[in-house]
Design a protein around this ligand. Structure first.
Ligand SMILES: [Zn+2]
Length: 82
């Protein structure tokens, strides 16, 4: 469902972009490059299609349950702020 009027600022100008989405659930993560999103050009709020989020969620649990393999695994550094 494409946003027509931004619920945050009332803006009407949107742009389709592809971004790197980070799904997180109970301390587990799935990084999803190339996720389609509509971005409000006035305030930058991102609108995700419900079907896109459903698909990401389904893949996350499939990978957690080991019924599907991710493209690859990555490691990332962590460092607390203070
Ligand atoms: Zn907006």
């Amino acid at each position: 469902m494409r946003a027509v009027i931004c619920s945050s600022c009332g803006g009407k100008r949107f742009e389709s972009r592809r971004i790197e989405y980070l799904y997180r659930y109970m301390g587990a993560y799935l990084l999803v490059p190339n996720t389609p999103v509509e971005v409000c050009l006035d305030c930058g709020l991102a609108y995700y299609d419900a079907a896109v989020l459903k698909a990401i969620e389904r893949r996350f649990f499939a990978i957690q349950n080991k019924t599907e393999l991710p493209d690859r695994y990555i490691t990332m550094p962590e460092m607390a702020y203070a």
